[in-house]
Design a protein around this ligand. Structure first.
Ligand code: SF4
Length: 196
């Protein structure tokens, strides 16, 4: 049922022309990972490699994210579903503008409704602005839990920011430690991780 609805949505995004990002995409990237997960990660948009392969978070940022997730006892195969605010690659990896974010948001809202995650991690400023607060600053709000539509949400830095500025890594480790604690409280008290 969930898989069928996601496949249907995938067909829709592949044909979508709601914003100009469709003009330069190779293909849209709806999302990936286990759709039965309680943990959902939301990034900004597909990059070059994601646009080529049709899979989210497979470039350098994705590889770093996989390492962070693995240390926290999570993986896309087992217990994480991952997607982005916009499903088509912004040219040159620029930030998607407010119109593009708004045009694509209904797909994300349908994904959230289908997957019904208990916890959402927002990766970076674009995800924070699009979903929670257009004026939100990632530097101020990262690591702080927000209850949004009954879901526990925590913003943190996007892995691409860590590639640019490795000093941010320790903040992200802290934030994922907090995710592990919340996951144990809300989802699985026996969740194993290397963090704590
Ligand atoms: S980014 Fe979203 S709204 Fe824009 S064309 Fe792609 S799927 Fe449609």
């Amino acid at each position: 049922m969930i898989e069928e609805q996601l496949s249907q949505m995938d067909r829709e995004v592949q044909e979508c022309t709601r914003c100009e990002l469709y003009l330069k995409r190779t293909q849209a990237v709806l999302g990936g990972g286990n759709p039965f997960s309680e943990l959902m990660l939301i990034g900004e948009g597909p990059g070059e490699e994601e646009d080529r392969q049709g899979v989210p978070f497979v470039g350098k940022s994705g590889q770093l994210l996989d390492k962070i997730l693995a240390a926290a006892g999570f993986s896309k195969e087992e217990n994480v579903y991952i997607t982005n605010i916009v499903k088509c690659r912004p040219p040159g990896n620029r930030e998607p503008n407010p119109e593009e974010r708004a045009a694509c948001l209904p797909f994300l809202m349908r994904q959230i409704e289908l997957i019904q995650p208990g916890i959402i991690v927002l990766l970076g400023s674009t995800a924070l602005k699009a979903l929670i607060n257009p004026e939100g600053r990632i530097t101020k709000m990262r690591g702080k839990w927000i209850t949004w539509n009954g879901i526990q949400v925590i913003p943190t830095y996007h892995p691409s920011a860590l590639l640019r500025n490795p000093d941010l890594k320790k903040d992200v480790w802290e934030d994922f430690k907090s995710v592990v604690q919340k996951y144990r409280e809300e989802i699985d008290p026996h969740h194993h991780s290397n963090y704590t």
